[in-house]
Design a protein around this ligand. Structure first.
Ligand SMILES: Cc1cc2nc3c(=O)[nH]c(=O)nc-3n(C[C@H](O)[C@H](O)[C@H](O)COP(=O)(O)O)c2cc1C
Length: 307
């Protein structure tokens, strides 16, 4: 009898076990409970392989004043300003529910200084947190306000501090607003990152010509959605050839075909953000589509698809 090998959708990213390689991207699914029924987060068989929760800071943040969202052709501009409940409330009120769900929980963290990132990492050394994703697209308030992720030396300092403070796998989430993504990726790997995720949003703006002013109260916002996919793919390709640690691809993924493109470019998992806000059932379609594609093409795991 001929044995047919079923495709294996599970992936292990530096000790982070995922039942499948499709994660909910940070900021687009709250703390999980808000979207549980829509995206299939449940006690038993959850649809997504994991959830990356909204970025958490040491103290609660109100974010930017409205308007904070603007649609663009094939994209979305947001200037939420990293509004969140703060780590204390997250641990007391959000994590208990997340612990009960059968999916990997990745906590996205953000800080204004290297010390803040390290403190957050140590506070999150608790059961129920499966990994940290470190958002380095934040301004270094202590040292001139340039984003940590825009400078290899600052990116390395944050990475090292979080790596030393945490007992969890550490994923550094890269900013696309840089000249050479490979340089930043290598700096993070050398500083001890277990994995990288990319991309965060691209800095953009929109103008209301009737009101003669920028659409967003904050003037600038982060661009996401299908418009950014070609940029994200290019950066995943470059980063995956610059480092030996696993890469999680993010940016404009709205179908299973998009996800396959990212695996072929060098990603071992993907995060889906804006598309989930548009049509939550897309998560199920992406997971099923990947499995079917692997079966049809004889790919036995996601990594084997890499070009
Ligand atoms: C409304 C909104 C809020 C976001 N908040 C965060 C955040 O708190 N931390 C973070 O690292 N990324 C945040 N992101 C970026 C997404 O996680 C993702 O990197 C980006 O949107 C690109 O993926 P997409 O095109 O699939 O949305 C946010 C994106 C959106 C649209």
């Amino acid at each position: 009898m001929e044995l047919i090998q079923q495709p294996d959708l599970s992936v292990n990213i530096a000790g982070l076990e995922l039942a499948n390689p499709v994660l909910l991207a940070s900021g687009t699914c709250g703390y999980g409970a808000e979207v549980a029924d829509l995206v299939g987060l449940s006690l038993y068989d959850s649809v997504p392989g994991g959830i990356v929760v909204k970025g958490i800071s040491l103290k609660p943040r109100l974010g930017n004043p409205p308007p904070r969202l603007a649609e663009t052709p094939c994209g979305l501009l947001n200037s939420i300003g990293l509004e969140n409940v703060g780590v204390e409330v997250f641990l007391e009120q959000k994590l208990p529910w997340l612990r009960s769900v059968n999916t990997a929980v990745i906590v996205n963290i953000l800080g204004n200084s290297v010390e803040e990132y390290a403190e957050l990492a140590s506070l999150l050394n608790v059961a129920g947190v499966d990994a940290l994703e470190v958002n380095i697209s934040c301004p270094n308030v202590r040292e001139g306000g340039v984003a940590f992720g825009a400078d290899p030396e600052m990116a390395a300092r944050v990475t090292k501090a979080v790596r030393n403070a945490s007992i969890k796998p550490v994923i550094i989430k890269l900013s696309p607003n840089v000249t050479d993504i490979a340089v930043i990726a290598r700096a993070c790997e050398e500083a001890g990152a277990d994995a990288l995720s990319l991309i965060n949003t691209l800095l953009g703006m929109a103008v209301d010509i009737k009101k003669r002013r920028p659409v967003l109260a904050n003037v600038f916002g982060g661009l996401s959605g299908p418009a950014v996919k070609p940029v994200a793919l290019r950066m995943v390709w470059q980063a995956s050839r610059a480092v030996n640690i696993p890469i999680i691809g993010i940016g404009g993924i709205s179908s299973w075909q998009d996800a396959i493109e990212f695996f072929m470019a060098g990603a071992v998992a993907v995060e889906v953000g804006t598309a989930v806000m548009v049509r939550p059932s897309v998560v199920q379609e992406i997971v099923s589509g990947i499995g079917q594609f692997m079966e049809e093409t004889g790919a036995f795991d996601v990594c084997s698809m890499r070009l």
